[in-house]
Design a binder for this molecule. Structure first.
Ligand code: ZN
Ligand code: ZN
Length: 399
């Protein structure tokens, strides 16, 4: 039977009482009582983890080595293909006035015809580089450049504020000139196509702002990734609602399942996700199951919402998976403290269950209880090797 890595995004918290400590979680408590606890720190000390870097770490890929920008996660999460050396960006359709000044970075957000507009600029060839763009949600999308001699070390074209013109992308390192040049040429051609597009005439006749320009940011390169199957000798699969997590999983070569009802919001269908994990179990060694809403409640400062989401995960996921996996790990990728309303560097409560682990006194996945755990503080990078060891899939160092 495979291992299950259940991540409640941003589940850790600060303070005496926390959403984890006050949540009623009878099923997780049972796992904790027969498993072992501790804390995980997903990125190096002194850093505050992003979800992307934290997940790379939990998947066994050192983010300080393998993280080369956000763009590829967005593109892969959107289902786009990327190969070695390709560079990706996040994109926004936006509105500029007659003099090219940005008046709305999200083109009014109202999604009328955004998909069609993205399709109109969907494929271009600039120099010897193929540029592909794809719509994701609302005004957002992703751009992938494929070709030789590309580098992610280029500036954004997105000034991140209105009242300014679209920026010219500049190379930030030697060898990045071509990427900046292609991005600028793409931006020019795309803006021409968008400005005269029929959809924008319709938008304006409905009183909506035209989506007549595109902004790119978050350059990243897809490079040097040894797929998880080769690196650890396991078949791995991802069940997630949010595109970023699907993208992170694809980045390391996991399969990604499409689960109807998995939305990455508080309304996500946790039962469907648990069922998908159980159904996938016979075909895989490692199932990654991600729940996003705990993080969103943290950002909103909503203690009760976060607590209720944890209780929902406990009731709807744990009983369905308990007994069907050899290893069950329940933790988060980082702390999203409701008081701070942001990611913080505090290590995250960590629960590891296997029928044959050593025992400790931990009886609940919480900040206070896990402090009594036998695991102490572990690094995110230690999680995958530990799982492999209990799956009898580890390799010995030395003889
Ligand atoms: Zn996260
Ligand atoms: Zn977050």
């Amino acid at each position: 039977m495979p291992a299950l890595l259940l991540i409640m995004d941003g589940v850790g918290d600060r303070g005496k009482e926390t959403p984890l400590s006050s949540a009623k979680t009878p099923y997780m408590d049972e796992l904790a009582a027969t498993g072992i606890g501790g804390f995980v720190r997903t990125v190096a000390g002194g850093f505050v983890p992003g979800s992307d870097t934290a997940h790379l770490s939990l998947f066994g890929y050192d983010p300080h080595k393998f993280y080369r920008g956000r763009g590829p996660f967005e593109a892969l999460g959107a289902g786009m293909e990327m190969g070695e050396g390709d560079v990706a960006f996040r994109t926004n359709l936006c509105t500029v006035d007659e003099s090219g000044i940005i008046v709305d970075r999200r083109a009014g957000r109202k999604d009328v015809g955004f998909e069609e507009l993205y399709r109109a600029i969907g494929e271009m060839e600039i120099e010897d580089v193929k540029v592909k763009v794809q719509h994701t949600v609302e005004h957002r999308g992703a751009l992938v450049m494929s070709g030789k001699g590309l580098l992610e070390k280029v500036g954004n074209t997105d000034p991140h504020e209105t009242g300014k013109p679209i920026m010219e992308s500049v190379p930030l390192a030697e060898g990045a000139e071509k990427t900046a040049r292609v991005l600028n040429e793409f931006t020019k051609r795309a803006c021409e196509i968008l400005a005269s597009h029929e959809v924008n005439k319709q938008r304006e006749s409905q009183g909506l702002k035209p989506a007549n320009a595109i902004l790119c940011r978050g350059a990243g390169i897809y490079q040097g990734i040894i797929p998880i199957r080769e690196r650890f000798g396991i078949r791995a699969v991802c069940i997630a609602g949010g595109a970023l997590y699907k993208g992170a999983a694809r980045y390391v070569g996991m399969d990604v399942l499409d689960v109807p009802g998995a939305t990455g919001t508080a309304e996500t269908d946790l039962t469907a996700k648990a069922r998908a994990a159980v159904d996938a179990a016979p075909d895989y060694d490692f199932v990654f199951l991600h729940v996003k809403a705990t993080d969103a409640f943290g950002h909103d400062g909503d203690f009760d919402g976060k607590r209720r989401m944890i209780e929902k995960v406990d009731a709807e996921i744990i009983p369905r998976v308990h007994g069907l996996f050899d290893v069950i790990v329940v933790t988060g990728d980082h702390t999203t403290a409701v008081t701070a309303r942001r990611h913080t560097a505090d290590p995250v409560p960590f629960l590891f269950w296997h029928r044959d682990v050593r025992r400790d006194e931990v009886t609940k996945l919480s900040e206070q209880e896990c402090a009594r755990g036998i695991l102490g503080h572990i690094a995110g990078l230690d999680v995958m090797p530990m799982i492999l060891d209990y799956l009898d899939k580890s390799t010995m160092f030395g003889e």
